[in-house]
Unconditional design. Structure first.
Length: 320
């Protein structure tokens, strides 16, 4: 009898595993040394423990702009896209329809300068070389918007430097080739690298008037606060603007795949928070605050309704 029961349990487990099946999806990231490749690595490693049959294959790309094109062309199944490019793409009704699968994390934008730099505020960057990021990065677009809102023409009032790879930024700052590096995120590699230097680093945000202007004019941007101690030597909270980075799906992606990914991320949210260092940014429930319900992949909407017990749905318009 015990053998029969054991055999029955084994068959049930095998049947469940077969029902789940193996699913392989491609995930577009960005250039080496940036936040997206680091996030993808943490996501894949964490979900491997939660749902081994969900196989995510990372693909290095030029960043958000290239990712959007590859998604629309069906070359990628999923991609990481920064909010400054994600929101206009999702709102575009003339292009192949992309959908939101999951949040990545909020991305507060900042300039970082060496600890002994004479630059004390954004306006002090006038006439200086500034590394804004890579050509296709959503962070680069946000940096240009912050400069403009701060009264600086990003093409004429500074010397804009576009990087080949996101990871090149810290060395440009250390060599004195640029006065500042623009980036975003609580654990963005360029920020943590410069903050760990012997001389330390300082972080610059747009002023209150610029923040108010940016939030009013750009639907993708939110007010964000970088908590005290996020970076080495940071003894005050920093108020700035930022946007939500998102995992987007190509047109026609099986909603079952999106639902499976969201459920796996929900089960792994504590482990994912530790692995990424981004807190609970990847909790799927954050979509209720960050995007309209109409932008959600049907599988994501199904999973969220189930996770909320049917009592919660995302707002019809992005919160600010």
């Amino acid at each position: 009898m015990r053998c029969a029961v054991g055999l029955l349990l084994a068959l049930l487990l095998l049947s469940a595993a077969a029902g789940a099946g193996e699913v392989r999806v491609t995930l577009g990231t960005a250039t080496p040394g940036g936040g997206f490749p680091a996030y993808a690595e943490a996501l894949i490693a964490t979900l491997r423990e939660t749902d081994p049959g969900l196989v995510i294959e990372p693909r290095p790309t030029g960043g958000s702009v290239e990712n959007l094109g590859l998604l629309r062309g069906g070359v990628l199944d999923l991609a990481l896209v920064q909010g400054e490019h994600a929101y206009p793409a999702l709102a575009d009704t003339t292009a192949p329809r992309l959908t939101v699968v999951a949040p990545i994390y909020p991305t507060p934008g900042l300039f970082v300068v060496p600890g002994d730099s004479p630059v004390r505020q954004v306006s002090d960057l006038r006439g200086r070389p500034v590394a804004l990021g890579t050509r296709d990065s959503g962070l680069t677009a946000m940096g240009r918007a912050v400069l403009a809102a701060s009264g600086l023409d990003p093409e004429r009032d500074i010397v804009p430097v576009v990087l080949a790879r996101a990871g090149d930024g810290p060395e440009r700052v250390r060599a004195g080739a640029v006065a500042a590096l623009w980036g975003g995120g609580l654990r963005w590699p360029g920020f943590t690298a410069l903050a760990a230097d012997p001389g330390g680093a300082r972080f610059l945000a747009p002023g209150p008037e610029a923040v108010a202007r940016l939030v009013a004019e750009r639907p993708s941007l939110r007010r964000m606060r970088v908590p005290v101690g996020t970076f080495r030597g940071q003894d005050e909270a920093i108020d700035t603007v930022g946007s939500w980075s998102l995992i987007l799906a190509r047109p026609g992606l099986d909603p079952g795949v999106a639902e499976r990914l969201v459920r796996a991320m929900d089960k792994a949210r504590d482990a994912l928070a530790r692995a990424t260092g981004q807190g609970k940014g990847s909790d799927p429930r954050n979509l209720a605050e960050s995007v309209p319900a109409a932008w959600l992949n049907p599988g994501t909407a199904r999973a969220l309704a189930d996770l909320a017990g049917g009592a919660q749905s995302p707002p019809s318009e992005p919160a600010r």
